[in-house]
Design a protein around this ligand. Structure first.
Ligand SMILES: Nc1ncnc2c1ncn2[C@@H]1O[C@H](COP(=O)(O)OP(=O)(O)OP(=O)(O)O)[C@@H](O)[C@H]1O
Ligand SMILES: [Mg+2]
Length: 486
């Protein structure tokens, strides 16, 4: 549920409740004051507080009072009294007239045998003309006027009205009832307040704390508020932001680490040939190469080291350019079978000399075209075959090439029966500078850039490269290329 709806509901609820309570209180007041729930419209008339008779009853009473003062004997005239009683009955009240101990007139409205005994005694000073009395559980309000008939007999005229017992009870309990109602309003308010606080303020507090954490650079926490409202969405966004921030910081740290490692690897790999070049040149300078043969040997070694250096710098340069996607690929349709034929022809002669057999394992087709950058593809194949040749350790030395053709892809496999790669090293061989043999000894393998370059090239082609190997048995390098659509 959205906060807006919650707020709307809570405030509408509060309003409706307050109004209801107000109406109830007003109703209770009326009942308490007038004794009857039907007289709500007279509630605001002030004299009701003093005199619980209605305006009409009161005016009839005044007429009767006037009559008692001026023509008291008229208050024995049954016809006249009936007329007044009729008027009073229309407003749900009744008339009672007495003379000394006798009843002159009693309205039918009352039907109460006890009435006579419950009425107040004569009080010719008329000190209290309005009051209430009860007979059993029934409550009555009255206005009374005492007078003397012309013959001196005491008389009273009463306008009496029955009040609902509920009115009396209400009047007695009014303070308690009002307190209860106010209590309800307060409790409802507190509950609504807690509801809003819990669903809005607390999550916002949590978010604020998290923002503080982030400001202090602490990203190792997680915020999981299980709400689906706007706060929940905000939290989701916030959590997303935190994760991204954390990822980017980790990436930066990783990059930093990589950069340091790269520099240390490069320095190491450059220093090794440079140190030996320096050593041999010092030898020549100090006259150690004192025969033409020695001199020849020294110069050849220096040359070979310089070539190594050149190769290393060239590879590094290529790798960094591939890595930063700065090398353009010249894609064209290449017949992969013909291309591998050419590679085999070209390399066989040199490899033969080293006692290595390079051959097709299975020449599955005559011609299959793939989309490739010829020059870079060649570099990849040479790097892979170069490795196969470098890590060869047993007779007969064979390197075998095969292809697998699917409607969309061609998979090239180059398999050797060399020393193999330990299982846990396989995932790392495509990383730059990674070598299984960690001593970085230049007699086996080079700088560890060959497969990193091959992998960049194949990825640049949209293909994948992977290795399968068994230690001591041999290694297979696979890569895929997309077929040209004819
Ligand atoms: N055919 C293979 N047989 C056994 N080990 C291999 C083979 N190919 C690669 N490796 C292992 O993977 C490592 C990484 O190969 P990669 O070609 O990237 O580097 P390198 O050959 O050592 O150096 P570079 O190719 O830069 O001269 C090698 O050092 C070697 O340990
Ligand atoms: Mg290599």
């Amino acid at each position: 549920m959205s906060i807006r709806i919650k707020l709307l509901l809570s405030y509408t609820g509060m309003l409706v409740l307050s109004l209801l309570v107000f109406v109830l209180i007003a109703g209770l007041f009326t009942i308490a004051a007038t004794g009857d729930i039907r007289d709500i419209r007279d509630f605001y008339k002030v004299h009701y507080q003093v005199n619980p008779l209605t305006e009409q009853e009161e005016s009839i009473f005044l007429e009767l009072k006037y009559l008692a003062k001026n023509e008291p004997d008229e208050l024995q005239n049954q016809e006249l009294l009936k007329e007044y009683d009729f008027k009073l009955r229309t407003v749900r009240a009744g008339l009672y007239v007495r003379r000394e101990k006798d009843q002159v007139f009693e309205s039918h409205t009352f039907n109460q045998p006890e009435l006579e005994r419950s009425l107040p005694h004569y009080d010719l000073n008329n000190n209290q003309i309005r009051h209430t009395f009860n007979i059993g559980e029934r409550f009555y309000a009255y206005a009374k006027y005492d007078f003397r008939y012309s013959d001196g007999a005491k008389g009273s005229v009463f306008v009496i009205r029955e009040r609902s017992p509920f009115g009396e009870v209400t009047r007695k309990l009014l303070p308690v009832l009002v307190l209860i109602l106010i209590g309800i309003i307060v409790i409802t308010n507190v509950l609504l307040y807690r509801w809003i606080t819990r669903s809005v303020v607390k999550p916002l507090d949590l978010l604020r704390n998290s923002a503080e954490h982030i400001k202090e650079g602490n990203l190792q926490f997680s915020l999981d508020l299980q709400t689906k409202d706007e706060i929940g969405q905000l939290n989701e966004g916030f959590e997303d932001m935190r994760k991204r921030l954390q990822a980017s910081i980790q990436l930066r740290l990783q990059d930093e680490e990589n950069r340091k490692e790269l520099i240390s690897n490069i320095s190491h790999d450059l220093r090794t040939p440079i140190t030996s070049i320096k050593g041999y040149i010092e030898g020549i300078r100090d006259g150690v190469a004192d025969t033409p043969e020695k001199m020849d040997k020294y110069v050849n070694i220096i040359y070979a080291k310089a070539v190594d250096l050149d190769k290393l710098v060239g590879e590094l340069f290529l790798y960094s350019k591939l890595d930063s996607k700065q090398v353009p690929f010249m894609f064209e349709p290449v017949d992969i079978i013909g291309f591998l034929d050419d590679c085999i022809d070209e390399l066989q002669f040199i490899l033969d000399e080293k006692g290595i057999q390079l051959e097709w394992m299975e020449r599955t087709a005559d011609r299959v075209e793939v989309i490739a950058d010829l020059e870079k593809l060649k570099r990849t194949v040479l790097n892979i075959i170069g490795n196969a040749q470098n890590f060869m350790d047993k007779q007969p030395k064979t390197i075998r090439v095969s292809t697998r053709i699917s409607p969309e892809w061609v998979t090239v496999e180059i398999q050797d029966n060399g020393m193999g790669i330990p299982r846990d090293a396989i995932p790392h061989i495509f990383e730059r500078f990674y070598r299984v043999e960690p001593s970085r000894n230049s007699s086996t393998g080079g700088s560890g850039l060959g497969l990193a370059i091959a992998s960049q090239i194949i990825e640049g082609h949209g293909g994948t490269i992977w290795a399968e190997s068994e230690l001591g048995v041999g290694t297979s390098l696979f890569f895929t290329l997309k077929r040209a659509i004819n």
